[in-house]
Design a protein around this ligand. Structure first.
Ligand code: COS
Length: 380
């Protein structure tokens, strides 16, 4: 196993770093404050190929590996997790799901505009009573021959209002339990499909999180992904890869906070010297650096597993569990290193601390990751 980055991966890392510094950083505080979606920034990321990184070039993607994707996610997330979550959802949940399990007609119609950033996608699994308990879907997709009729509510949907296409998980046959669930491609604007109010969130406030309401929405049968009843497996397999993207996001948030804390500690003086010369601060930086390095190895290992064609349920869950914990701990300590300045918005670390929290919740809470990990180590 060799984690030395290739020339190409180093170029991608530099391109993502430059984009984050030049395009994301200038408005990031203001977007967070105003809860404004990064529309222009997402468009530019599409132009640069960040929205369909792993998609085959014949569908407009960049044709890169998962390693390149996590490297880019880390760099973007150091600065703006509200923008990087768009990258993560579009790449891992929407494009990957469609490319891996969609048919040729679905790929031609939807994957190309999604991979190029002409439009973005959303992944709609969570419901008011089915977040972690994902098999308890209350949204129904009743089979009417050549179409399904969709009814129900989805909650906390990232890109909820901005997405042009939604992958919606719904129950067709209650008797069959999770084997009666389908995944449907639903276009924004379909009659009966309403976007609910925007959520007012603790973190990733620039991202666009909504509930979605489906009221007798007609979805053509050709928009079902995979065989009848494949929807739950689709969601699980897709989320397993999504977790690697969120682990990389958590890693980036931690690394971004650490870099700010390190710089600040070398500039700020107290008791006649830079605070980095006080062991109380130096040891915090040592801990952060060590934990981030460990998190990065787990993230790279999960990405490597995916690129090798190995099963990545376990390595992805471990990467997400640990990197999100490191994101939380590092950002809290980065605020502490900044003292009073850490508590005000201009220094960025308070935003990173707020943004870190969601990485322990979405695409499977830390408790869900522990279910996945413990089942894997106990039952295999
Ligand atoms: N890949 C493929 N199939 C999977 C899978 C995976 N990673 N994980 C589970 N499955 C399959 C199982 O094999 C089972 O199918 P079979 O009965 O054919 O064997 C089916 O899915 C149901 O699995 P299970 O019986 O383990 O379901 P549980 O209700 O116990 O729940 C967890 C499993 C907890 C892992 C699942 O509900 C989960 O991941 N929940 C969190 C969902 C989530 O991330 N929500 C956030 C929403 S997106 S922001």
């Amino acid at each position: 196993m060799d984690f030395t980055l290739s020339e190409e991966q180093l170029m991608i890392q530099q391109a993502a770093r430059d984009f984050a510094q030049n395009e994301l950083l200038p408005g990031v505080i203001e977007r967070d404050d105003a809860q404004r979606f990064p529309t222009e920034e997402v468009k530019k990321m599409g132009d640069l190929g960040f929205l369909g990184m792993m998609v085959d070039p014949k569908y407009g993607g960049s044709g890169l590996d998962t390693m390149s994707y996590v490297i880019a996610m880390e760099e973007l997330s150091k600065v703006d997790a509200s923008s990087s979550v768009v990258v993560s959802v579009n790449n891992s949940l929407v494009c990957w799901g469609l490319e891996t399990f969609g048919n040729e007609a679905q790929k031609e119609k939807y994957l190309t505009p999604l991979a190029t950033g002409e439009m973005i996608g959303a992944f709609c699994l969570s419901e008011p009573e089915a977040g972690s308990d994902a098999t308890s879907q209350k949204t129904t997709a009743i089979d009417k021959g050549d179409h399904y009729v969709l009814n129900g509510t989805k909650n906390w949907i990232t890109n909820g209002n901005s997405a042009g296409v939604h992958l919606v998980i719904a129950q067709t046959d209650v008797e069959k339990g999770h084997k009666g669930i389908n995944a449907l491609i639903v276009e924004k604007g379909t009659p009966g499909f309403e976007i609910g109010p925007k959520e007012n969130k603790l973190g990733i406030r620039g991202s666009d999180t909504h509930s979605l309401l489906f009221n007798d929405v007609k979805v053509p049968k050709e928009n079902r992904i995979g065989e009848d009843g494949f929807g739950f497996k689709f969601a699980m397999k897709t989320l397993a890869g999504g977790r690697i993207g969120i682990a990389a996001q958590a890693l980036g948030i931690a690394a971004g906070a650490y870099e700010l804390a390190r710089k600040y500690a070398k500039e700020r003086k107290a008791f006649g010297t830079e605070i980095a010369n006080h062991q109380a601060i130096a040891f915090k930086l040592a801990d952060m650096h060590t934990q981030i390095a460990a998190a990065r190895h787990l993230v790279y290992k999960a990405a490597w597993d995916k690129d090798q064609g190995n099963n990545y349920d376990l390595s992805g869950a471990m990467a997400k569990l640990y990197a999100s914990q490191v994101a939380m701990e590092t950002t809290v300590e980065a605020v502490q290193v900044h003292g009073g300045n850490g508590f005000v918005k201009d220094y960025h670390v308070e935003r990173l601390m707020r943004d870190a929290k969601i990485t322990q919740i979405y695409e499977g809470t830390s408790e869900i990751q522990k279910i996945v990990i413990s089942r894997s180590i106990l039952h295999n």
